[in-house]
Ligand binder design. Sequence first.
Ligand code: XMP
Length: 520
Amino acid sequence: MSDKNQLHRDNILILDFGSQYTQLIARRIRDMGVFSEIKPYDCDPETIKALRPKGIILSGGPESVTETGSPRAPLIVFELGIPVLGICYGMQTMVEQQGGKVGTMSHREFGPATVNVLEEHDLFAGVSQEVIDVWMSHGDSVVTMPPDYYILASTKTCPIAAIAHRTKPWMGLQFHPEVSHTPEGEQLLQQFVKVICGCESMWVPERIIEESIQSVREKVGTDKVILALSGGVDSSVVAALLQKAIGAQLTCVFVDTGLLRLNEGDEVMRVMQAHLGVNIIRVNARDRYFAALKGVVDPEAKRKAIGGLFIEIFEEEAAKLMDAKWLAQGTIYPDVVESAKTVQGKAHVIKSHHNVGGLPADMTLKLIEPIRDLFKDEVRRLGVVLGLPYERVYCHPFPGPGLGVRVLGEVTPEAVATLQKADAIFMEELRLHGWYDKTAQAFAVYIPQKSVAVMGDARVYADVIALRAVESIDYMTAQWARLPYDLLDKVSSRIVNEVKNISRVTYDISSKPPATIEWE
Ligand code: XMP
């Protein structure tokens, strides 16, 4: 969708100075139905012009504008005659570049503050009070206003908390309107995007699908395309989208490792092939995986064995489809933004995508990435509109190596079968009790450690199942979910009664950090 032929749509360009919230700004704007793209702050002027943005946002950033060599906005930003909003660092560089001065404060201000709006301005129109709570995070502040700018708002400790140019549509906020701690922030962004920049809401799933289909058709023509379908959300949405765009020209290769959840392989085939009509080659590679994993206990070695075999099998299958010209991938927008990030004073660092599969050396496939402009929540919304079942689209993340990382020690067919049953019971009860959507991720782990139990009249030595359920926003940190005791009790007794070889169930109450989400 990022090619020249795309339909023009109202869009807001965000120039990234490295703030941890930059992607959040784009998501907020897209949630208003307006397309928003992130580029590094030193993006070249021609690219900026070609995007034809209706407004530009200069993001926050970790550096201080008072330091020599700190990043500046490209001059073109102020030459296009379009609205510009600087946020935190973005406002400070705006001030410096327009002839004002920024100084380092004696104390850093983090956390909540109350802003007094001093002057009327479209930016603050519609915020419900004159005084709004905001979330500040900065160590520098404006000390001298640039010529022709005036103060829009102030806080107790930061007299210049918002500014605007007298005649040009340029403005700045010292605080972060994009974070959820700034309750009126959404309204402020909405004012900027909709009222000041005049953007219309055109970025809705139906239109995104329409545009993608058109762009894929133009690109691919009558060529054949292959896609590695994992059953995960991203590759499933790509498959559904390409099915709509090019139908039989698409062949998916679905490597069933035998390490998926209970019946998941069949479910993928039912939804994707039977229901959506996608052309899929299912490779039943279960035996090969168990053979490759025999005797392997080291977690890294297990990951390597699983990943290596995937590439081997995908290459074998791709080689049979020699007339294919394109490889489709479920790269999504956060991967793209991370890859393009600029490191101050250094060359652009290009990180390789995690989801690039191996390819036969003699195959030169061109890459097509139809969802590379989309955030995960947008991918999900698209999936629903494309006809994927809600439960699949909103299912918890599942690691690439699958149950291989959830069986501790050697991955045997028996251990996987046991784990699949226990996990299915846990998921069923979570859904039944309304807890599935309240947790970010939940699963069972197989611990090959014998412990005693008395079942019937006999003493048995059997293995342990650990349950893990976490709450998390970004999976970088996570809290163990406070599941109700009754629910845990039900799951535990069902597993012990219904799953052979399990005599004990435990619940993992470790948070991340230091514990990771997966056990491995
Ligand atoms: P950890 O265990 O590192 O997991 O706290 C964070 C998130 O990443 C998922 N995860 C993986 N996903 N391939 C993946 O595609 C992997 O090898 C992998 N390892 C962990 C994990 O499920 C959690 O959502």
